[in-house]
Design a protein. Structure first.
Length: 355
């Protein structure tokens, strides 16, 4: 049995680098591994496509690379896939001009037409073919927001049928010294109650401070129906992670994001996944700098955490979790021998290792 496979390796298939992994399991059990294919370099801007590989054997082997979304020579990225109860695969994403750097967008130096815009497309044959993308920016981005990013990682459909896509944004400074005041991140989510036809904003958590600064966010539905949100925060808060709960399907938060000191981590994206039988909320992310990819578990809805599985001591970055089958959880993650962005690898983890 193969525990680890490598669906994406820097330099293969015409892409200098692969970043920002996301993975979902289809109705038939096929795995769809998405990421950004970066044409010229590992940079966060430039010519970037959303690419996909499919596996029909639980992630042991992968098919040929598919380009799912491309924006000419501009950027299509931050794939946020979710498999619906109908079997349809939705893929929410962001797009912007190749030359629009995050720093320039945050400073307000990029015109709206070249800035971060939100699109969605779908597949009705488990990722083999895809619809044309359509823009939903006006429904889910407030005027004045500058930077905007979906997830990274998978989105989710709740037991009620609602689709939830965690996201983040920046707002312009509001003081008098606009050139030097910090630009704060905020968290929000996109919601759809008709399986992706129409969209609207759920909670918005703008924290204009340097203590909690919600950024890249991941989410899971807990067994009691609450939605758990976990976010990266580049702030003074302990642990560099923060979390929050929603009791109304993502429309509002019970409390704004608060520090989650039980997850000591670098400033980096992470993933959460609720599994049943056993009842565990899982978290994946590097544990020491951008290295030491570790899975942690919570049995109390994210209040406390404990490490349950360490992949290895190598460099590691972004990750995403998926339930492969009753006995296996899958981890799609950035890693390499000498740096975290050499490959995007897939690790099969027995559920027994997590308990």
């Amino acid at each position: 049995m193969t525990d680890t496979s490598v669906p994406f390796r820097a330099g293969d298939d015409g892409y200098a680098s692969y970043r920002i992994p996301a993975v979902v399991a289809t109705a038939s059990g096929a795995l769809l591994a998405f990421c950004e294919g970066r044409v010229e370099s590992a940079s966060d801007h430039g010519h970037i496509d959303i690419v996909l590989k499919r596996s029909t054997d639980g992630g042991r082997t992968w098919g040929a690379l598919q380009v799912v979304a491309h924006n000419g020579t501009d950027l299509a990225g931050n794939p946020a896939p979710v498999v619906l109860d109908t079997g349809r695969v939705l893929l929410v994403q962001v797009r912007n001009a190749a030359g629009a750097t995050e720093a320039a967008i945050v400073r307000g130096e990029v015109k709206d037409v070249d800035g971060r815009r939100v699109w969605v497309q779908h597949s009705d044959d488990e990722g083999v073919t895809w619809s044309e993308p359509r823009e939903i920016t006006q429904q889910v981005k407030e005027p004045g927001w500058r930077w905007y990013a979906t997830t990274p990682g998978h989105a989710l459909q709740l037991s009620t049928g609602r689709v939830v896509v965690p996201a983040n944004h920046t707002v312009p400074p509001t003081g008098t010294d606009l050139g030097n005041e910090p630009q704060y991140n905020g968290g929000h989510c996109l919601l759809s109650d008709d399986r992706g036809e129409n969209w609207y904003l759920g909670y918005v958590d703008d924290s204009a401070s340097d203590y909690i600064n919600a950024n890249e966010t991941t989410a899971a539905e807990l067994p009691d129906g609450r939605v758990y949100f976990n976010t990266r925060t580049d702030s003074r808060s302990p642990g560099k992670r923060a979390d929050a709960h929603s009791e109304d399907g993502g429309r509002t938060l019970v409390k704004p994001f608060r520090p989650q000191a039980g997850l000591t981590a670098p400033v980096c994206e992470a993933s959460v996944l609720q599994i049943r039988d056993p009842d565990l909320l899982l978290y994946s992310g590097p544990a020491n700098g951008r290295a030491l990819m570790t899975v942690r578990a919570s049995v109390d809805g994210g209040t406390t955490w404990r490490p349950v599985f360490t992949v290895d001591g190598l460099p590691a970055g972004y990750s995403d979790l998926v339930r492969v089958d009753a006995a296996t959880v899958g981890l799609l993650y950035e890693t390499g021998d000498f740096g975290p962005y050499e490959t995007i690898s897939f690790r099969r983890v027995p559920v027994t290792e997590l308990t």
